[in-house]
Design a protein around this ligand. Structure first.
Ligand code: NI
Length: 173
């Protein structure tokens, strides 16, 4: 069960739309184990498969460090419905190291997905869990949290993001 290489902002793998998983099988579960291990190594609270260069719709979250017991879960082919409320709070991302910014998103969402056994799950989420799910599902659509911040804040972060992107490009060369 290896810790996988984390893709950093500027890597095209983070900008592709991930494909649905046709069947939840042993390969899917191996990927889920590696995602958890990679997330834990970075002390993250969520990780999406495109962040390790795998273009499939699989995410993991673990908010137990924030007091949310039972939140260590993997979701396959996740989708959201019934967004409500609004909450602005600071986000960061393992793929955008050293950058944090306030992001406004719905406070509550409903999650539809498959679990690691291929069983359908349907969860009403709010607060940090709803936030983590939205952030990770964005990754499956090639969207980063810095795409969702205000123009002023983005202008301020631009030099930092450009440095990250240059570093990511050098890393691939
Ligand atoms: Ni992220």
């Amino acid at each position: 069960m290896p810790v996988l290489e984390l893709r950093i902002c500027g890597d095209p793998a983070l900008r592709r739309r991930a494909q649905p998983v046709a069947r939840v099988d042993a390969e899917t579960r191996a990927l889920i184990r590696d995602l958890f291990e990679t997330m834990d190594a970075q002390q993250g609270v969520g990780l999406a498969a495109p962040q390790v260069g795998r273009p499939v719709r699989v995410i993991v979250v673990d908010l137990s460090s924030m007091g949310l017991t039972g939140s260590r879960r993997a979701f396959v082919n996740p989708s959201l419905s019934e967004p409500s409320g609004r909450w602005t709070v600071r986000e960061g991302c393992l793929s955008v190291p050293g950058v944090e910014a306030d992001v406004s998103r719905p406070r509550r969402v409903r999650l539809h997905a498959l679990d690691e056994a291929g069983r359908p799950v349907d969860i009403a989420a709010e607060g940090w869990l709803a936030r983590a799910l939205q952030h990770e599902i964005d990754h499956l659509d090639g969207v980063l949290f810095v795409d969702r911040i205000g123009p002023l804040r983005r202008a301020l972060l631009k030099p930092k993001l450009e440095r990250l992107m240059r570093r990511a490009q050098r890393g691939r060369a």
